[in-house]
Design a protein around this ligand. Sequence first.
Ligand code: CP
Ligand code: NVA
Length: 308
Amino acid sequence: MNHFLDIHKTDAADLRAIIDQARITKDARQGRPKAALDDEQPLKDRMVALIFEKPSTRTRVSFDVGVRQMGGQTMVLSGNDMQLGHGETIADTARVLSRYVDMIMIRTFDETVLTEMAEYASVPVINGLTDRTHPCQIMADVLTYEEHRGSIKGKKVVWCGDGNNVCASFIHAAGQFGFDLTFTGPAQLDPEEEFVGLARKAGSQIIIERDVNKAVEGADLVVADTWVSMHDSQSSKERRHNMLRSYQVNEALMAQAKPDALFMHCLPAHREEEVTSAVMDGPQSVIFDEAENRLHAQKAIMRYCLGS
Ligand code: CP
Ligand code: NVA
């Protein structure tokens, strides 16, 4: 069995195999009803716990649907309603859940909740987003890029805005899949140095460029995310908007990138804030393919976790 905790903690060959597997199962579902079961049922007779300590649309629905397509059943749990939110330790919760379910997906705040869950669980644990990273999202994004444009190796990805959890997993992916990443945003919101260092050590160019127009020159992929994440305090909203306003992705900015550049956003998006509707709904946007590919990428991640 394997946990799927982060992109930089997963072997590069395994990551590539997950993307390849996702394409195979996605192709095999072509033209079938969404609720149809897959031909192979690797989760038959298995129960998967989906724990959410933060809101979710895509992660919740895509994991739930994915498990069912693979023959399994899910139990969606809110952290607040569990004893987890009322003082029971993560270690004890992990040990107890492992007696009932075959796999755990958790979306939480503090990364140590995830790592402690993985340490004490005897079943695979999957990271469904923490304050620090969002690896399932970026596996879907790599799948999406490669479906549209071929191998992502050697490409230039530009991250605009806050160096947040989704940005961190993109930086991890740069190191593991061999692409370069330029971060453009205010210095106060730079990505974590530790993550930047890891990707550079793996041979990727990670550039910090404050000039947003210069940053997107020659980009193959431009990415944005919300300016206020779920773990950020609402009281910081105005300050963040003031810092980030000049990093909005709009048509004028996209015109600086390569003509065939793609635009991605993990969603949910705030239209006319981090990105304009003209870009979100425009010909370069692949945001809904990304959302769909959460399903296919995560099914392959769950297979990897089961070792099947
Ligand atoms: N992109 C993403 O993780 O969306 P949700 O918060 O809706 O799960
Ligand atoms: N950075 C965002 C991503 C949401 C999927 C957040 O953490 O709220």
